[in-house]
Design a protein around this ligand. Sequence first.
Ligand code: DCC
Length: 229
Amino acid sequence: MTSRRPSPEASAVNVGGVVRDDTPTDEVDRREAVLESLAGTVRELIDAAIRTTVEDAEVHRIRADLDALVARLRTAQLPGPAGIRYNAELRSWNWGNAVMGAANAIAPPLRVVHGPSGCHADLVLGAAYEGPPGLVHGGVSAMLLDHIMGETASAMRRTAFTGTLTMRYRRGTPLGPLRLEAGIVREEGRKIFVAGSITAAGGVTVEADGVFVQPAAGTGDGSPQQAST
Ligand SMILES: CCCCCCCCCCCC(=O)SCCNC(=O)CCNC(=O)[C@H](O)C(C)(C)COP(=O)(O)OP(=O)(O)OC[C@H]1O[C@@H](n2cnc3c(N)ncnc32)[C@H](O)[C@@H]1OP(=O)(O)O
């Protein structure tokens, strides 16, 4: 059976920077699962490459094998970044997103859960996210909080860009299991004030306050209301 994979060149219409793509939802789901599987293996590759202690000659052989695999992937490529797409059923997908892109092995495997009073996400960060020894890089903490706080502000129904993000690093965030939490504090016109935190086994390690702004020109374009870096 020939399956049709999402084909932005064939069916995409660009609306306000978000691309309408008429790929059916079941095809999007199928392709997403395939790319997510690849990203999981590449994520393993990144961790293995950081922590390997195999001899130099073996590293060179592995690199040659990987170069061949990269060349195979590049035989069919998008002309640029993946962007954000949505179809007629308002199924949206942003597979390259730096924090939760299904096809992005650099993105932590983040699953944001929306609840009545905000959002949370549980995740495990490994060696690829290290800053100080054994601790999460401060920029990674900011990136994670930016995303979950932005998603909280957006509430899956409006576009909200990060205006100002203030971080308070209370103590080192250990690599390993973490919980992200975010909630809306108040709203003033187009500004949405959001608080967020990262919690590790011993308690809160990072707190953040953010002002997210609904852009005047970014509303009412008919696309799913979302923002993404
Ligand atoms: C799959 C689904 C996933 C969907 C969910 C995905 C979530 C992803 C979350 C990721 C979030 C990101 O990283 S977003 C990417 C990083 N952020 C950006 O690139 C944003 C770049 N900046 C901009 O685009 C713009 O400057 C905006 C949108 C922030 C504001 O522009 P604007 O709309 O023209 O705003 P303007 O009229 O001047 O001001 C409106 C009001 O906001 C205030 N304001 C303006 N800028 C700021 C600011 N930086 N910080 C605080 N407040 C500000 C003004 O004082 C004013 O308040 P008053 O006078 O009314 O009181």
